[in-house]
Write a protein that binds this ligand. Structure first.
Ligand code: HSE
Length: 439
């Protein structure tokens, strides 16, 4: 039976939760004109009722225990915006078992427990929508599950953590220190509760876990992702990369090749002429390259209260429409039918082939370059270009910046380990992969 009113309960009233309450209220008429029915928040849940927050909750029934809210209320949709895994997992499972549909922005929940949640949703013929879990306002989940579902997806590459992109952009633009820019990102509500998840690459890896499953038909497996953060990137690297015609971006990459699938999160040099190299600040962008559509690019705000709420509200409307048309479970949670999700060979990082940017701090004296290039030669590593910078430090050491041709990662790791043992080499060598991102 068609419902004129869809009843939703919102759990979690932080940055995203407040945004959802505000957006549903600000655009109530617009939303109803489009959907043809009322979407009504009947109850909310958060740890504390009287905390100062950016939304008005006085008209909603309040629960401090979200599980009790699910048990007691007659809801059509539970909106889970608590984050983290433990309570959220229990809550979502309880909702599905009570035949309540779920909308969530929780990437860790989907990345780490999505296989089980998918089974539970299938068993209960309920939908779980999670557009806001990856790339904030950018509708990338919908694109892969619905718009590109006639394609064989070859690779996907994205800037999917707004905080790291904001930090890298601001460091280069305003020459501010890492810590100051991170604090700005936290104040703007972009960073995770634990910001090491952002700068250490974990947040992007959660998101890549989700994207790789829906793009390549593999079960969610967070542990199969190779992860590096942005901690090793210095302002000098951003400047030298620019001189070489590249931007440094923290990318999540999933790519099928003849031997398996590469799944990796790390900083990369990208040619400045690529559109994605010009995505700055908290903005996210994802390129999807598929056989029929070719490369397509999706761009927008990757974090922030209303931007993320935009995706949550769109999911609420979609699920409401399905409730009213009795067409639940028509789009598999992970894009592929559950029984068609199969494990494939995920390549070890040592087995990938890449070009590399290297920065080596050395004593400035004759023969240093010869020693270094001899080691590269012994590992069949061919150098494409070399720059010796005149940025002498207080100890009179200078940086050498090298770009290699394509080489197996294992060979570069072995070569760098030998080079770091030379007396003339002063620090750990900075190594950044170069991605051309050509179709
Ligand atoms: N901390 C995340 C980011 C928020 O910076 O992108 C959105 O998932």
């Amino acid at each position: 039976m068609k419902k004129n009113k869809i009843k939703i309960g919102v759990c979690g009233l932080g940055t995203v939760g407040s945004g959802v309450i505000n957006l549903l209220s600000n655009n109530k008429e617009e939303i109803e004109k489009r959907s043809g029915f009322e979407i009504s928040v009947t109850c909310v849940s958060a740890a504390k009722k009287d905390k100062k927050r950016d939304c008005d909750i006085k008209n909603y029934k309040f629960y401090s225990d979200p599980l009790k809210m699910v048990q007691d209320e007659d809801l059509d949709i539970l909106v889970e915006l608590i984050g983290g895994e433990t309570v959220a997992k229990e809550l979502v499972t309880a909702a599905l078992n009570k035949k309540i549909h779920v909308v969530t922005a929780n990437k860790a929940l989907i990345a780490l427990h999505g296989n089980k949640i998918s089974e539970t949703s299938e068993k209960n013929t309920c939908d779980v929508y999670y557009e806001a879990s990856v790339a904030g306002a950018v509708p990338i989940i919908r694109v892969v599950r619905e718009s590109l579902n006639g394609n064989d997806i070859k690779w996907i590459a994205g800037i999917i953590n707004g905080t790291t992109n904001y930090i890298l952009t601001e460091m280069l633009k305003s020459k501010k220190d890492f810590d100051i820019v991170l604090k700005e990102a936290q104040d703007l509500g972009y960073a995770e509760a634990d910001p090491t998840f952002d700068v250490g690459g974990i947040d992007a890896a959660h998101k890549l876990t989700i994207l790789s499953s829906i793009c390549f038909g593999i079960p969610l497996d967070f542990d199969s992702i190779y992860v590096e953060g942005i901690e090793n990137i210095e302002l000098d690297d951003l400047n030298y990369a620019k001189e070489l015609g590249y931007a440094i971006k923290h990318l999540a990459i999933g790519r099928k090749n003849n031997d398996g699938i590469e799944l990796r999160v790390h900083s990369c040099l990208i040619p400045e002429k690529r559109l994605i190299a010009n995505v700055d600040g908290v903005k996210n962008a994802v390129v999807v390259s598929s056989d029929a559509a070719g490369p397509t690019l999706y761009y927008g705000a990757g974090a922030g209260s209303l931007a993320t709420a935009s995706s949550v509200v769109s999911d609420i409307i979609d699920v409401s429409r399905k409730i009213n048309s009795n067409s639940n479970n028509t789009i598999p949670l992970l894009s592929y039918q559950n029984k068609e999700l199969v494990n494939k060979n995920i390549l070890n990082i040592n087995d990938i082939v890449s070009r590399y940017y290297l920065r080596i701090r050395v004593t400035n004296k004759p023969g240093v370059l010869a020693d270094i290039t001899k080691i590269f030669g012994s590992k069949s590593i061919s150098i494409e270009s070399i720059l010796q910078k005149e940025d002498v430090d207080s100890d009179k050491n200078v940086p050498i910046v090298l770009v290699t041709h394509e080489v197996l990662e294992k060979n570069i790791v072995e070569a760098l380990s030998s080079i770091e043992k030379l007396d003339v080499v002063k620090d750990k060598i900075v190594k950044i992969r170069i991605e051309e991102l050509e179709s």
